[in-house]
Design a protein around this ligand. Structure first.
Ligand code: SF4
Ligand code: SF4
Length: 458
């Protein structure tokens, strides 16, 4: 589908009008739109936003005239999470690029003219969120503060601070939504053993890092260039290590270009297109050689793989999401994991890249595991990168709605494949279903391989 931004103003206007006419206002997209589900407000639905866009165009007579556009219109676009669930649901093929166009127009308005919410965290913090070192520091501080709050206020600190004075809710949100996963292998094994009701000799004496071992056929898999991603390397570095271990154990020949940088998605989310373009340029240079040699680029986070595919045609074909790569590999034998597991589809995977079957294929391959499906798998969890920090109350509501949907499946465990979703849903589950943990899908797969290795040794 053509991108309306690719056209000159007058052609653009004609093209926008043509695309807008594709919307027959049937409303079938509404039950898939997270902001409409949370508010019931037509203005916060895809159909309402498209009507507003049409109105903006008609009232200006030229290209969308943002000076003449009321705040309410612009806010409707700013409040769109950009999850693309409406695009997947629409039977008329209305492209998300229309909503994105509205978002870009809204972003051009000087902040003083907008009555938009103040971000939940200062701009200086937001601007550094694409630096792994800073994220790691933030995560350590958050872990410390969470630990102190649990000591002082007990496990219900989240609920108690939520009811506290205005402002504490935003602090609590930031503390709660930073993604975490077991740091050491021993911690991960202990946690999953506990869930499975499994006694293990590994509970004590498991070293910090356990390598799965090289593949029996070390050149069977593809050559893979690993894209680190700032959230994964800064906040989930041990999960990343286990993922690379899994790739090596599956016969992949791994390389990790040193000079790579953030994919640029966070800079885009925080209104810094210049930095985003700069990061794209740098990454293109770093990975160009790998692509020329036919090496596939794998990104662990669905948000990164989606963003990298937007770099251009060669990246669209050369980049593969971690879950898709794993589903096509000859994985080592997997041990039994007798758990009911619900998978949360990140929007960047399900709507951005059409990845639906692959994570389920991987889960189905684990003996003893039962997949349970939520009622609303296509609805966004409300993280939206920096969006959730600008709209903390709405984001909280969506996170809890998602947590309730996942918990209602009766799952023992939730897994997903994007760090933003991991933190957001963990935060919701802490309130809705504190006994249901959430993990990266790759951590669960790594555990299933380890369990099998254990069973063959004993
Ligand atoms: S965007 Fe598509 S699904 Fe939504 S109202 Fe328009 S035609 Fe219907
Ligand atoms: S992108 Fe998501 S939040 Fe925005 S209108 Fe579509 S479904 Fe709603």
């Amino acid at each position: 589908m053509a991108d309306p931004r690719a056209h000159s103003p007058i052609t653009e206007l004609n093209h926008l009008d043509e695309l807008l006419r594709q919307c027959v206002q049937c409303g079938l997209c509404l039950p898939h739109c997270a902001t409409w589900l949370a508010t019931g407000n037509e203005v916060q639905s895809p159909r309402g936003r498209l009507l507003l866009l049409g109105e903006m165009i008609r009232s200006s007579g030229t290209e969308t005239d943002t000076n003449a556009t009321p705040n309410a219109f612009l806010q409707a676009f700013d409040e769109c999470i950009g999850c693309r669930a409406c695009e997947t649901a629409c039977p008329s093929g209305v492209p998300f690029s229309l909503l994105e166009y509205g978002q870009l127009r809204a972003a051009e308005i000087p902040p003083h003219r907008l009555d938009l919410p103040v971000p939940a965290v200062p701009g200086a913090v937001l601007r550094r969120m694409d630096q792994p070192g800073f994220l790691e520091f933030l995560s350590q501080v958050a872990g410390l503060v969470r630990g102190v709050l649990t000591l002082v206020a007990g496990k219900t600190w989240r609920r108690r601070l939520d009811r506290g004075p205005a402002g504490t809710g935003r602090l609590v949100r930031l503390l709660g939504s930073l993604p975490t996963s077991p740091r050491s292998d021993a911690e991960l094994v202990r946690m999953l053993d506990g869930l499975c009701g499994r006694e293990t000799q590994r509970r004590n004496g498991l070293p910090h890092d356990v390598a799965l071992g090289a593949s029996d056929n070390p050149s069977a898999g593809p050559r893979v260039a690993f894209f680190r991603g700032c959230a994964n390397s800064g906040l989930l570095s041990d999960t990343s290590r286990r993922f690379r271990d899994l790739l090596s154990a599956s016969g992949c020949r791994l390389e990790e270009p040193a000079a790579q940088d953030c994919c640029g998605a966070l800079a885009t989310h925080t209104g810094r297109p210049g930095r985003s373009a700069d990061l794209r340029r740098r990454n293109r240079d770093v990975f160009a050689g790998a692509l020329n040699e036919g090496t596939v680029i794998v990104a662990e986070a669905a948000g990164c793989s989606h963003e990298l595919k937007e770099y251009g045609d060669e990246f669209r074909t050369g980049v593969v999401d971690a879950v898709v790569l794993l589903a096509g590999l000859d994985l080592p034998p997997l041990g039994s994991v007798p758990l009911r597991v619900a998978y949360h589809d990140p929007c960047h995977a399900r709507h951005g890249q059409g990845i639906v079957d692959e994570p389920r294929m991987l889960l189905t391959a684990i003996p003893g595991l039962e997949i349970v499906e939520p009622i609303e798998p296509e609805v966004c969890c409300g993280s939206g990168g920096a969006w959730g920090l600008r709209y903390p109350e709405l984001s909280d509501e969506l996170g809890r709605r998602k947590a309730a949907d996942l918990a209602a499946t009766g799952a023992d465990l939730v897994v997903t494949s994007n760090p933003g979703c991991l933190g957001q849903i963990a935060d919701g589950l802490r309130v809705i279903a504190p006994d249901v943990p959430i993990l990266p899908l790759t951590d669960l797969l790594w555990y299933a391989v380890l369990i099998r290795i254990d069973s063959t040794r004993s």
